[in-house]
Ligand binder design. Sequence first.
Ligand SMILES: [Zn+2]
Ligand SMILES: [Zn+2]
Length: 337
Amino acid sequence: MNHDHPLDRRAFLRVGSVGLGAVLLGACRASTPPVAAPGSSSTSAPSPTTSAAAPVTSSATDGLPGFDEFASTVRVLADDELWLVESSGIPSHNMMVGITSWQQQVPIPQPYSGANAWQIPARPTLAATPISAKTSLYRGAIALAVNGVPIFNALNNRGDDAYLAGELDQWGGHSGRADDYHYHIAPLHLQSIVGNTKPIAYALDGFPLYGTTEPDGSAVTGLDEYNGHFDAPGRYHYHGTRTYPYINGGLRGVVHVAGDQVDPQPVTRPFRPDGTALGGATITAFKATGQDAYRLEYSLADHTGLVEYTIEGAAVRFVFTDPTGPVRTETYTRTGT
Ligand SMILES: [Zn+2]
Ligand SMILES: [Zn+2]
């Protein structure tokens, strides 16, 4: 029996009601045509057919340092071979402000829980053949920040540097076609919360990603092309950097890849027609205006446009105020949330 198949992994999970039945594809589709038609409920996951994972013989005991700093919004469940991380994908810091290349997507909480939780290998293992993010892993997340926000490849689907292209906000994130907020560079600002001693993220191969210093505060030296290196005891870890590759520049640990993304990983489902690039627009303000209600403000040709939206159960109601004046309202129903 192949133990990497999501359905088979169910047998290994002993935490609550978490099962991994219908794990489907997620992707950053902020910049490229969608794989699935707008409004379709999901993209079918190819069946994993290979497993490179080493046999697991001991139990993880140490928890996941870093996530504990966000325990009020991020839940970590332990399992023999995986950590399961549940979050809404919405950080406590502000979002969207500073984006100058905007696809008109906005942040909406995501159901990263239960069978759709993030999976972090509890005992990461070095792969015989590491995977470079320069040429691979253009779809989906490659790491998870300790505040529960996924981190995608620093290169967008066209292979361009998303940060240099103006696609990211002041915190290194933006929203994809499922209105799913995610980073494309290391959230180095989390270091001010977790300190030097804890990781700011974990790559999806399970190896931790620290900020711009070593856990003891000393300077980082000798990073490999994946932005990682070994510490004195011989443990591998990554670092965030202020220039490319910004985050883990690939995965040196064992993962399963299907459809150019780490698999399985949580699915995000678009629920409205894809946004298009709004040339010349700059996002100038964003704030929560109530429970699951937000207001985004942008400037375009010296006029101000607004996107105000409210999430009520499965319904998402938008009020768009065009910079030239017209107002329109749209309501969508999310499926699978
Ligand atoms: Zn993206
Ligand atoms: Zn280091």
